[in-house]
Design a protein around this ligand. Structure first.
Ligand code: THU
Length: 130
């Protein structure tokens, strides 16, 4: 699955649309994620916060769970939309890396065109493996 500019744009749009459903009443930091699987399908996720703060789940991991539960195992790219185009946390990098390298697109929620694009392997060198 080649990540064309059009596919990247669609992925960012899917993450931005999903972000509307983020449950972030505590941090108010809303994040939407969209994964492009090798099948060509897109799976989304949002951050799901909890009153017991530590139970919060990141948007990327929700998207990965959605994709894996649909039978997907390979991802071409993930788009993450948040204020200021935040990068994925270390835990999410490790979870995504479980399924191989992919392109990570981080876009600013207020200006979707403002984005960084880099390989996951560059963001997580020496991932944990057993
Ligand atoms: N968050 C994500 O959804 N993804 C990340 O990679 C890092 C942080 C969420 C968790 C929490 O709901 C909010 O951002 C602020 O930390």
């Amino acid at each position: 699955m080649k990540l064309t500019a059009q596919r990247a744009q669609r992925l960012v749009a899917a993450a931005a649309a999903a972000r509307k459903h983020a449950h972030a009443p505590y941090s108010k930091f809303r994040i939407g994620a969209a994964l492009l699987a090798s099948s060509g399908r897109i799976y989304t996720g949002v951050n799901v916060e909890n009153a017991s703060y530590g139970l919060t789940i990141c948007a990327e991991r929700v998207a990965a769970g959605n994709a894996v539960s649909a039978g997907e195992r390979r991802f071409a790219a993930v788009a993450i939309v948040s204020p200021g185009a935040a990068m994925p946390c270390g835990a999410c990098r490790q979870v995504l890396a479980e399924f191989g390298d992919c392109t990570v697109i981080c876009a600013d929620a207020r200006r979707l065109g403002q984005m960084s694009v880099e390989p996951l392997s560059g963001l997580l060198p020496h991932m944990f493996r057993i």
